[in-house]
Design a protein around this ligand. Structure first.
Ligand code: NCD
Length: 366
């Protein structure tokens, strides 16, 4: 079953196709108005969301499909202790595609493995957020036309910002890029993401000054300090005002720099900057809806035959496709100690270690 857990579940050719479909949707919305008639999307958000949830739901409505969801994650049976695996099996009985956001890293893998319909990861803890990346890519395409030859500055909470991790993962596959990683020392990019950049052979620098980085950037991707990921609230208070992009600072940027932010913004971009023609963050949120329409279409079409082969009226099915990537997978040797990993709560989940890292959250396992 084709699902989207991580942005690398889509090849760069597939990302191009999704961008092309989204551009066609923008031009010819009426062509798609009935494309998902009779199909149901389950929207499961166990964490706060405005853009991702509503854009997925709007996307399905605009495709002529329907949406089922829980008004509040606290009302779902997971709050009674039900596992993600069981939830996946149940929701697969009621929907043709499942979108889930969950506070624990790796939760989307467990969903994908146990669902019998395609699933889309709408954010798993501080780990990754592939569909935000698709929104980001459409924004880059519509402003810069090409994904190659870009110097991208990523600023803010690079440690916990899942949108940053997924965007880097995607951009590492294009040519001649460069990253400038702007953060306080405490919020630097995790090692597993740095490893991806190193493997791709892309140059990057880690700096703390936004002002110094600004003049060389083609794209500046601002992010909020992720309060909900801090174990110690005093640490959040100390770091929360690390960056504020003002009109004054925008004077240091190239005239055609593209300013992005996955939103929500707290205080890291002054409201006055919104009027700057280089500010694209609201467009980015709109682009998210078109890309999510294109992704829903793609997954429903690609999985049509497989889903059809599941006997109607039966529950004896699950999706065994999600197996550890990598040559060196060990099962149940070491236990993941990351308190924000799905292995901490999911019943009888195998501890899988790939190249010394937890398969689910990608943190060092030893
Ligand atoms: C982001 C997220 O949830 O990771 N929001 C979004 O989906 N657009 C960014 C954030 O919450 O800071």
């Amino acid at each position: 079953m084709k699902s989207i857990v991580d942005v690398t579940d889509l090849t760069i050719q597939e990302l191009d196709e999704v961008v092309d479909t989204a551009m066609d949707i923008i031009k010819n919305p009426e062509k798609y108005a009935h494309a998902c008639e009779g199909k149901v999307l389950a929207s499961m958000f166990f964490e706060a969301s405005t853009r991702t949830r509503l854009s997925f739901e709007a996307a399905m409505h605009e495709l002529g499909g329907s949406v089922i969801s829980m008004p509040d994650a606290g009302l779902a049976s997971t709050s009674k202790g039900e596992s993600i695996a069981d939830t996946a099996k149940i929701v697969s009985c009621y929907a043709d595609i499942i979108v889930m956001r969950h506070p624990l890293a790796g939760s989307a893998y467990v969903l994908a493995k146990n669902a019998s319909v395609p699933i889309i990861n709408a954010g798993d803890g501080g780990h990754c957020h592939p569909t935000q990346t698709t929104a980001d890519l459409l924004t880059i395409y519509r402003t810069k036309v090409s994904f190659d030859n870009l110097t991208i500055g990523l600023c803010g909470d690079l440690l916990n910002g899942r949108t940053v991790h997924s965007l880097i993962n995607a951009m590492c596959r294009y040519k001649n890029g460069k990253f400038v990683l702007i953060s306080p020392d405490e919020l630097k990019l995790p090692d597993y993401v740095k490893e991806t950049i190193d493997k791709a052979g892309i140059p990057y620098e880690e700096v703390s000054s936004l002002e110094e980085a600004m003049p060389k950037l083609d794209i500046l991707y601002m992010t909020r300090i992720q309060r909900e990921r801090f174990l110690d609230p005093t640490e959040y208070d100390r770091l929360k005002d690390s960056y504020c992009l003002t009109e004054e600072k925008m004077k240091l940027a190239k005239p055609d720099m593209v300013l992005m932010h996955p939103l929500p913004r707290v205080n890291e971009i002054s409201v006055k900057v919104d009027a700057d023609p280089r500010a694209y963050y609201f467009d980015q949120a709109l682009n998210g809806k078109y890309m999510r329409m294109a992704l829903i279409l793609k997954l429903l079409k690609e999985n049509e035959e497989e889903v059809k082969s599941i006997p109607h009226g039966s529950t004896k099915h699950f999706n065994p496709d999600y197996v550890p990537k990598g040559v060196d997978a060990k099962v149940n040797v070491h236990k993941c100690t990351n308190p924000k990993c799905i292995t901490q709560t999911e019943q009888e989940l195998d501890q899988i270690e790939v190249n010394g890292r937890c398969f689910y959250c990608e943190q060092d396992i030893k």
